[in-house]
Design a protein. Structure first.
Length: 263
């Protein structure tokens, strides 16, 4: 008889436990609504087909033209859309895994592919069941300056695991997965340069990026309101000590072009 009482009590408790678990899960996966994604670069709303007809763009721009307003006003990169597979990106969360609210302002993290743009896109479009293999950027800039949109800005690209941003607000990072270290992904916009052929290896440097890549990166970021202080690199945010990209990145060159766009 006593055994039957405990069975009945157990049956009464089970629905309450199930409800509690549902509440916890919903709380942990609530999409973030306090991150101002409108301050991040957006996919142009005039895209009507997956690939925009290419525009004529020269591979090099004379240095003496970089600061000219007329050049900046006329430059427009060609662009494409190659969406990543849905399991290679996720929602931005309004709470961390412990239920604490997060309200970080956006940052932009600059990477490089370390292989060809085609190889990177193929990887992003492959459905990876292993969570350790899931990866993506929001955008990628090819050697010819083409901007490839991969993950919409309102979603969380998997660009920098085990990472932290150090800025005027101190250390910023958000843990969104119980089994993985905290990262900047929840408030980051990830953009990568295609690596030149001589850098598709583990060497610490290569010949560098094309001027049109810098021009396109500046054009892209100029569409946002993210401040220069919150533009960083994969190497700078990485906590593993293994990431060194973007190698040979010329921040001075980039900032000169960016400031020309933001006049």
């Amino acid at each position: 008889m006593r055994g039957n009482v405990w069975i009945i009590r157990g049956l009464l408790i089970l629905p309450q436990l199930a409800a509690l678990i549902i509440v916890v899960i919903i709380g942990q996966t609530k999409p973030q609504d306090n991150l101002d994604v409108t301050s991040m670069p957006a996919i142009p709303n005039n895209i009507t087909s997956p690939i925009i007809p290419p525009q004529k763009i020269t591979n090099t721009i004379p240095n003496n033209q970089i600061n000219k307003v007329e050049f900046v006003a006329s430059y427009q990169p060609k662009y494409e859309v190659s969406r990543a597979h849905p399991n290679n990106y996720g929602q931005r969360y309004s709470q961390d895994v412990n239920g604490r609210p997060v309200n970080n302002q956006p940052i932009i993290v600059i990477h490089e592919t370390v292989n060809s743009a085609t190889s990177a896109i193929n990887n992003f479009q492959t459905p990876h069941t292993n969570e350790n293999a899931q990866v993506s950027y929001h955008t990628l800039i090819k050697l010819d300056g083409t901007v490839i949109y991969i993950v919409p800005r309102e979603f969380r690209a998997f660009g920098a695991g085990n990472s932290v941003f150090r800025g005027e607000n101190g250390i910023e990072t958000v843990k969104t997965h119980l089994q993985f270290p905290p990262s900047v992904n929840n408030f980051a916009y990830h953009v990568a340069f295609e690596t030149p052929p001589d850098g598709r290896n583990n060497s610490k440097s290569h010949s560098g990026y094309t001027q049109v890549q810098y021009n396109s990166l500046a054009w892209l970021i100029a569409q946002s309101s993210v401040s220069e202080a919150r533009i960083t690199t994969h190497k700078a945010v990485d906590r593993s000590g293994k990431r060194i990209d973007p190698r040979n990145f010329d921040f001075r060159n980039f900032l000169i072009v960016l400031r020309s766009y933001r006049r």
